[in-house]
Write a protein that binds this ligand. Sequence first.
Ligand code: PRP
Ligand code: URA
Length: 209
Amino acid sequence: MEGLTVVGHPLVQHKLTLMRDKYLSTKSFRLLLNEVGMLLAYEVTRDLPLELVDIETPLAPMKAPKIAGKKLVFAPILRAGVGFLDGMLELVPSARVAHIGLYRDPETLAAVEYYFKAPADLAERLVIVMDPMLATANSAVAAVSRLKERGAREIRFVCLLAAPEGIAHMRAEHPDVPIWTAAIDERLNDHGYILPGLGDAGDRMFGTK
Ligand code: PRP
Ligand code: URA
């Protein structure tokens, strides 16, 4: 599908399988989420434009490639998106961070905002929104809408698991926002959870269940 990349890298797939296991500890779940965040950062930045700059090695002058153009903003959706953040920042330490606090109302599954703090110059930056779970996509759609209201013009969305329903919703509401995911699962259950999925990512990451 246009605008959708499934990251099939064996390391990502292996770590995802470990994370799906309901017997995995909170500590290991958090560690793996961080590691997968780093691997997904590698994929989502794969096509960043390069420019040649003049440098001098100890032996000779040369023209060498550096990342050109827009600077990055990482935008985790709280809480579980924070699990990706440190891994991504390890690869791109100069990125700015926008925090987007949203939770799903358990009855309506609507996204409820409780916090938003972003750099002022969103219009000049590439914004990478991150959340391990794309279920109904109500949270992702609300996060991207809010970032656009604040001026963001170029946005990408990265998750670990996506439901077909969430992908369709996100593509319909924000067709300009490409999606990266490690897997597309079967469907949502009656409570809006991804099947087979990995459960509630925030609870598994913070041990709150
Ligand atoms: C989870 C998850 C996503 C959202 C995905 O968050 O981390 O943000 O659900 O579901 P959706 O695609 O149907 O919107 P949750 O609302 O449980 O909040 P939490 O991360 O604070 O636990
Ligand atoms: N949020 C989660 O954390 N897990 C799901 O399966 C759906 C939404």
